[in-house]
Design a protein around this ligand. Structure first.
Ligand code: SAM
Length: 420
């Protein structure tokens, strides 16, 4: 189930102006999807087909099984924990598992491409935001492992096997949004790969008790059918599914760190406190992003406030925190104008302020671009000297940086247009 096809429209577009970059990306893409998916006409597939026919799938609703005399439903576990545990236990039963044929179709391991398996050397190469996501996923997994272990008195399960079940569940489960926490594994449905171009409708049909998927994208016989996993950026796709998408429109860069680290000479602690309070009160504190086609309104708004040119009461050195409420360090009229820009009653505060904003963003883009290009060099060096074992992981990490540099270039152009 490889996704090696490139949308012909995109291909032509790319070829017109950016041939070199396109070729470079195509090479990357090939690397990226190497080893993905399965050859479906193999013995495992045949035995799975036989099994699913025998099971009455897809007409039969797939239900959770029993093990060791305890029903899963009687355990106070989340559906995610239950399914992961179920898959891991069934795996351990080997040929004796009732779903052996299905288990055979699941990935043997994930260590080459799922970030949760990245070793410390690979982790050093991933963007900070990705690191944070991996860390929270690890915490979630450890909590699930502890919870599940409590229920397994006689049935011993290794950490490694539970992680395998957990990742199968994570990358292959189906969420029924009609019912809270209703996650299912749907053999067959879970063999469908993702494409943003796929237009589908999926819903549970109560009358025949089947989950039905309808595609609105026409396919010819023999073509790979895709579904759309949702509007995910590459960080999330990599975290949960272990791949990345070229030219993913949902990609973004967070400038929170840059925004909060940024020092303005005239902005002392008192002024900063005052501004952050205003940002919080108005719901504009943090989550400042850039994507390929725009600078987020949140970032523009926060910068409008931070880069206000007129600051008054600078000589008031009161250490009393409450003083910020008594005498605002910024003129009231500017604050009122800033608030008007938040609800769209006013477009900008003034030209000077707007120029400062775009200059700031431009400079940050330049700075980050240099940093990201260094990261890419580090990855290339790593590739040269380290074993080829983690090549899928590295290719995906590389793509994260490349796509981020693309965003920085686009935003730089946007700023340039504004400034000139
Ligand atoms: C729901 S499963 C799809 C079936 C899977 N290809 C298989 O053979 O079992 C999700 C997994 O498929 C792979 N996958 C899905 N869409 C992909 C894509 N567009 N490019 C690369 N890999 C993809 C990823 O490994 C992902 O974790």
């Amino acid at each position: 189930m490889d996704n090696k096809e490139i949308n012909p429209e995109k291909k032509n577009k790319c070829r017109k102006g950016r041939t070199y970059r396109y070729r470079k990306r195509e090479k990357l893409q090939n690397l990226c999807f190497k080893k993905r998916g399965k050859v479906i006409q193999d013995d495992n597939w045949k035995s799975f087909r036989k099994w699913s026919k025998h099971q009455g799938l897809p007409k039969t609703k797939f239900t959770l099984a029993e093990f060791g005399g305890i029903t899963f439903q009687s355990l106070k576990l989340t559906s995610h924990q239950l399914l992961a545990l179920y898959l891991a236990l069934e795996y351990q039963k080997g040929i004796n598992s009732q779903i052996y044929s299905y288990i055979q179709m699941l990935p043997k391991d994930f260590d080459d491409y799922m970030p949760i398996y990245f070793d410390y050397k690979l982790l050093e190469l991933v963007p900070d935001h990705m690191k944070e996501l991996i860390d929270s996923q690890k915490i979630k997994f450890e909590k699930d492992l502890i919870k599940v272990s409590g229920f397994l008195k006689s049935n011993k399960i290794t950490r490694e096997r539970f992680l395998w079940g957990w990742m199968c569940e994570n990358s292959k489960s189906w969420l029924n949004s009609d019912i809270r926490e209703n996650i299912a594994i749907a053999p067959m449905l879970d063999f469908l790969n993702h494409s943003f171009d796929a237009k589908i409708k999926g819903e549970f049909n109560k009358s025949n008790q089947c989950y039905e998927i309808t595609t609105f994208t026409p396919y010819k016989k023999g073509q790979q059918v895709f579904i759309n996993y949702g509007p995910h950026d590459n960080y999330l796709i990599l975290l949960d599914y272990g791949f990345t998408i070229l030219n993913n429109l949902y990609n973004y860069i967070s400038l929170d760190n840059e925004f909060f680290k940024f020092k303005i000479p005239t902005e002392d602690e008192r002024i900063w406190k005052f501004k952050s309070k205003l940002l919080m009160e108005n719901g504009f504190y943090g989550d400042y992003t850039l994507n390929k086609s725009q600078i987020s309104f949140r970032l523009l708004s926060a910068l409008r406030l931070r880069l206000l040119p007129e600051i008054v009461n600078m000589n008031d050195n009161s250490n009393n925190d409450n003083s910020i409420f008594l005498s605002p360090p910024i003129s009231q009229s500017l604050i009122t104008n800033w608030k008007l820009t938040l609800n769209g009653e006013r477009e900008i505060i003034n030209n000077e302020n707007e120029v400062e904003i775009y200059r700031w963003i431009y400079n940050i883009c330049m700075e980050l671009k240099n940093q990201y290009e260094m990261k890419l060099k580090n990855i290339d060096n790593f590739k040269k000297f380290e074993s080829k074992k983690s090549s899928n992981g590295l290719t995906n990490i590389k793509l994260l940086w490349i796509e981020s540099i693309d965003i920085l270039n686009s935003v730089k152009e946007l700023c340039n247009e504004f400034l000139h």
